[in-house]
Design a protein around this ligand. Structure first.
Ligand code: C2E
Ligand code: CA
Ligand code: CA
Ligand code: CA
Length: 279
């Protein structure tokens, strides 16, 4: 098997397309970044639609390679999923985010829930719940302050297994959100058997609410359906006051978007939240 791997590598190196070549290079650089502390997290606030207060944060992966520059998270995640690197990277994201929240709390910040994105591969990995329990134990973060964001696609990949895992996570006290809601192929009647607390309406819908009659109608319907099932609704990608006003009128609970803040590094977020490092 080892010889075959070597032959394959040579084969690819000779006849490789530029896309494959880039992925190959990215994979090697990503491994290095992982081993040498090259990955970081940015944190984007979630804001209460009525009070305007920050109600939580979402952790988002960031990687700036010395040679390749900034790599988009979608590209990182795609390569990580194809190569299995998503497991160690996902674990790093989870433990870093939990540790950061504990650190901020220790330094006087009110405790905020932290949301972490979870890919289908992590969710379906047989040790996922154990890894999560270990991270919570090691960092000391109370599970009630941890949220997982999962796409419909991630859940529907193996719905029966997802249901078992999500029930276990939910029993630990972790709350669960559907990410990018509206872009997948599932619907609320399929999702309602899962222990979900909130829907995050994808920003492709938010983008049009103030200008596009159809987007507005779709978003209105999503909100009403979600609320009738007692799910919280979070609007993603709110960039304008008009969009926020629309969400407020629909009694959306929270929003995220550039209107309030882009995802920020640790120092910028501390400034935003008024936590200044002790002199
Ligand atoms: P997502 O989970 O839907 O995250 C929201 C994305 O929208 C983020 O992009 C954020 O920067 C961006 N965004 C937030 N507000 C606005 C806005 O007002 N306007 C616009 N145009 N964009 C906004 P980002 O950080 O590039 O992440 C992209 C995706 O990569 C994420 O989408 C998520 O699917 C994935 N991702 C990022 N970090 C992780 C991670 O640690 N694990 C996993 N599995 N996926 C991750
Ligand atoms: Ca997300
Ligand atoms: Ca999203
Ligand atoms: Ca997205």
């Amino acid at each position: 098997a080892k010889d075959m791997g070597r032959n394959n590598l040579q084969f690819y190196e000779r006849g490789m397309s530029s896309v494959a070549a880039r992925r190959n290079l990215l994979e090697q650089r990503l491994r290095l970044a992982m081993e040498h502390g090259g990955l970081t997290l940015a944190y984007q606030p979630k804001v209460d639609v009525i009070s305007g207060e920050v109600t939580g944060l979402e952790a988002l992966l960031r990687w700036e390679d010395e040679e390749l520059g900034t790599i988009r998270p979608e590209e990182i995640i795609s390569i990580a999923e194809d190569t299995g690197l998503i497991l160690p990277i996902g674990e790093w994201v989870l433990s870093s985010a939990c540790r950061q929240m504990q650190d901020w709390h220790a330094r006087g910040l009110p405790r905020l829930p932290i949301a972490v994105n979870v890919s289908a591969i992590q969710l379906n990995h047989k040790h996922f719940v154990t890894v999560v329990e270990e991270v919570l134990n090691e960092t000391g973060l109370p599970p009630g302050y941890l949220e997982f964001e999962l796409t419909e696609t991630a859940i529907m990949h193996d719905p029966d297994n997802a249901l078992r895992i999500l029930n276990r996570l939910s029993r630990l006290g972790i709350s669960l959100s559907i990410d990018d809601f509206g872009t997948g192929y599932s619907n609320l009647s399929q999702l309602k058997r899962f222990p979900i607390s909130r829907l995050k309406v994808d920003r492709s819908f938010t983008a049009g609410v103030a200008s596009d009659f159809q987007d507005a109608a779709i978003v209105k319907a999503m909100f009403m359906l979600a609320q009738s099932l007692n799910l919280e609704v979070v609007a993603e990608g709110v960039e304008t006051d008009e969009q926020l006003e629309f969400i407020r009128n629909l009694k959306g609970n929270q929003y995220q978007g550039y209107l309030y803040s882009k995802p920020l590094g640790v120092a910028d977020l501390e400034n935003l939240l008024g936590l200044h490092a002790a002199a």
